[in-house]
Design a protein around this ligand. Structure first.
Ligand SMILES: C[S@@+](CC[C@H](N)C(=O)[O-])C[C@H]1O[C@@H](n2cnc3c(N)ncnc32)[C@H](O)[C@@H]1O
Length: 246
């Protein structure tokens, strides 16, 4: 590139970065405000359905497991974000089928990134999965980004999926949703933790919105708890058929 042109580009970029520089706290505030507004709209749109079961997330899990026929048939439960295992233990007790498989994914050293003021390492279990005493359960220790691709290559899909996304972070949730998209089928059920979160509006809700928009994901909202802080939904169409003609 001619020297004169390089010089001109350098000056132009320096100007843009001076004019367009917005400090991070301001961009963060902007992002959070946008997603708070989107959450408010989402909650408003679903208010008439009267789907909230109250504060207890386990009431939501039990209701959905019963209504969707997931209590006594073989399922594959995938949990992303397990920490001390309270949700995992609850679902293990709720589905007693010997053919069910429970796969838990977590670093067990806590959050890999800060989460709106909540520090890296929060929820750490010192790197050790909880003891659950159930041979149907396996643990995949490490970042989802390291453990999930190999898991999906090794594991055929042969039974209905119940997927619990409870990893708090935008990046972690978006990664899991995009990896699972080709694996999901109509009738599978997703549980979302920290979904319509007023404290962390630009994380799970944002990842879910981006995923829905990008994949043409169609779902039915089944129920929520704690003002949609947790949500359960049934997959109707996991992804647009990109090979369809017309
Ligand atoms: C809120 S805790 C999970 C709580 C748990 N489901 C319960 O019911 O008690 C979130 C967990 O997600 C895990 N996590 C978040 N992003 C992750 C990632 N990319 N890879 C692995 N683990 C991740 C953290 O280590 C943390 O333990």
């Amino acid at each position: 590139m001619p020297k004169q042109l390089t010089e001109r580009l350098r000056t132009a970029f320096a100007h843009v970065s001076r004019v367009a520089h917005v400090p991070e706290p301001v961009t963060d505030l902007g992002l959070r405000s946008v997603y708070l507004a989107r959450i408010a709209r989402f909650v408003d749109e679903h208010r008439a359905l009267d789907l909230d079961v109250g504060y207890d997330r386990f009431r939501l899990f039990d209701l959905v497991i019963a209504d969707e026929g997931l209590a006594s048939s073989p399922i594959d439960y995938l949990e992303f974000g397990t920490a001390g295992g309270s949700a995992l233990r609850h679902v293990l007790a709720a589905n007693t089928d010997p053919g069910s498989r429970f796969d838990s994914f977590d670093t067990f050293t806590g959050l890999p990134e800060a989460w709106d003021g909540v520090g890296v390492g929060t929820f750490s279990q010192g790197g050790t999965p909880p003891v659950v005493g159930d041979p149907r359960c396996s643990f995949h220790v490490g970042l989802f980004q390291q453990t999930l691709p190999g898991f999906l290559r090794a594991r055929e899909r042969d039974q209905r999926l119940l997927v619990h996304l409870d990893a708090d972070l935008y990046t972690s949730t978006l990664f899991v949703l995009t990896m699972l998209a080709p694996r999901l089928c109509a009738g599978d059920v997703l549980l979302l933790g920290d979904f319509c979160s007023l404290r962390h509006p630009a994380h799970v809700f944002r990842a879910f919105e981006d995923f829905v928009a990008s994949y043409g994901f169609v779902y039915t909202l089944l129920a929520t708890s704690n003002h949609a802080h947790q949500a359960a939904l049934r997959v109707e169409r996991p992804m647009m058929n990109v090979f369809a003609r017309g």
